[in-house]
Design a protein around this ligand. Structure first.
Ligand SMILES: *Cc1c(COP(=O)(O)O)cnc(C)c1O
Length: 427
């Protein structure tokens, strides 16, 4: 029996489903999750000692490659000085200054420990600032697992959402409207009807939790125009895209200044660290300055801040994003070419260090499109790649992530594996 399977069976006895986050259980692709024993650069090794090229990178944080020696050293140095104080540190100021410099829409920022906390706090803040209750989110966008965001669309266009998870009272999702990503007309109609009651719009400015989906230029522009017109807070949830699609995040690519931004994943360099920030007049409403409560025992944790600061230092080096984007584009183009040669209906797209592969004729523009792609074929491709030693996200609804450690040889090795895997899933 494989050691991965042995561990999975053992895990299931005392951990629900054997995992601490559901996607890790391989539920949508089947088979045995790989238990990671260690990782370095673009690779990790599983419990059987098999090596994989990793295209998840901890779902984004590992942008400089796993176990980067400079990040490890920074973490080790910080750890020696104590793990957590529950009192302010100088490094937290360095981190806040770095974030505000790199993401200019952020004038003030607060550090938290997870993306879920960041978005939950940003929404509470938007509600406290505007004195309004209703919020808009988009179908297929994921913003963590706080109650008011675990929502699926209601039955009618302007009906409020229903819980997408058991345990969330319908009352809690009553104030959340779920609209279609990239549907400008629906957005405009909703604002015309309810704009004055809407506290905030939260979106993934480039979606990565329904595979990679880009917004249209018009959608992005209308979002800013309508939220400005109605005094609604525009929240760019850049937990995934921040420091991933570009140094300044998706907002720098869109040329949009959101009111609030949430960050996570890359900002912590692999440690539990996230952040929310934005306009100083809005951030001034948070306690202890204002009446919107928010706190955290481990917020601004010194070891996490050390990992994040070193990661931010590395990604600012000359050519970092040019290289990352070029490698990712090479991968996406190579995969699309390989599919074409194999006669498999599949396309690919990328932005910065993020990519999507879609078993469909065209690149999807929203959640409904993604559900219509050939997820059965994706499943077979996923397992064929896994056999080849290439670890893709175990779900057709997730984007992929490339790191600076994915050099030409690794990309070429991946494409060679893909050509064989696509041959297997053709027909
Ligand atoms: C991952 C993610 C979150 C949640 O972050 P956690 O750290 O997992 O709580 C929120 N928003 C987006 C866009 C994400 O990708």
């Amino acid at each position: 029996m494989s050691r991965n399977l042995e561990l999975f069976e053992r895990a299931k006895a005392h951990i629900p489903g054997g995992v601490n986050s559901p996607v890790r259980a391989f539920g949508s692709v089947g088979g045995t999750p790989r238990f990671v024993s260690r990782a370095n650069g673009a690779h990790f090794w599983d419990a059987d000692g098999k090596q994989y090229i990793d295209y998840i990178g901890s779902w984004g944080p590992a942008i400089v490659g796993h176990a980067h020696p400079e990040v490890i050293e920074a973490v080790q140095q910080a750890a020696v000085g104590g793990l957590s104080f529950g009192a302010p540190t100088e490094a937290e100021i360095d981190m806040a200054e770095a974030i505000c410099r790199l993401v200019p829409s952020v004038e003030q920022v607060r550090l938290v420990s997870s993306g879920t906390e960041a978005t939950m706090s940003a929404i509470r803040l938007a509600r406290g600032f505007t004195g309004r209750d209703k919020i808009i989110k988009f179908e297929g966008c994921y913003h963590g697992h706080s109650d008011s965001l675990l929502v699926k669309a209601g039955s009618g266009l302007l009906t409020f959402g229903n819980p997408s998870s058991a345990g969330v009272p319908a009352d809690f999702t009553h104030h959340t409207l779920v609209l279609e990503y990239n549907n400008v007309e629906q957005l405009a109609r909703t604002f015309a009807e309810l704009g004055d009651a809407i506290a905030c719009v939260i979106l993934e400015p480039i979606a990565g939790n329904m595979n990679l989906i880009k917004p249209s230029a018009e959608f992005v522009k209308e979002l800013r125009r309508l939220t400005d017109q109605y005094g609604t807070v525009l929240i760019y949830d850049e937990v995934m895209t921040g420091f991933r699609v570009a140094l300044g995040g998706a907002q720098s690519l869109h040329g949009i200044t959101p009111d609030l931004t949430t960050l996570g994943k890359v900002v912590g360099g692999g440690m539990p660290l996230a952040a929310f920030g934005g306009r100083a007049d809005i951030m001034g409403k948070i306690s202890p300055l204002g009446g919107v409560y928010q706190a955290g025992t481990l917020s601004g944790n010194p070891v996490a801040v050390a990992a994040g600061l070193k990661t931010l230092e590395i990604i600012q080096r000359p050519g970092f994003y040019e290289h990352l984007s070029a490698q990712t584009a090479k991968l996406a183009q190579g995969l699309a070419d390989a599919a074409k040669a194999a006669g498999v209906t599949m396309c690919a797209d990328s932005v910065g260090g993020m990519f999507g592969i879609y078993f469909s004729e065209t690149i999807p523009t929203g959640y409904a499109d993604v559900t219509k792609s050939d997820l059965e074929r994706f499943k077979r491709f996923f397992h064929a790649m896994l056999d080849e030693g290439v670890y893709l996200a175990p779900s057709g609804y997730e984007a992929g992530f490339v790191s600076a450690a994915h050099d030409d040889a690794i990309i070429e090795q991946t494409l060679a594996a893909a050509r064989r895997a696509l041959g297997k899933v053709a027909g």
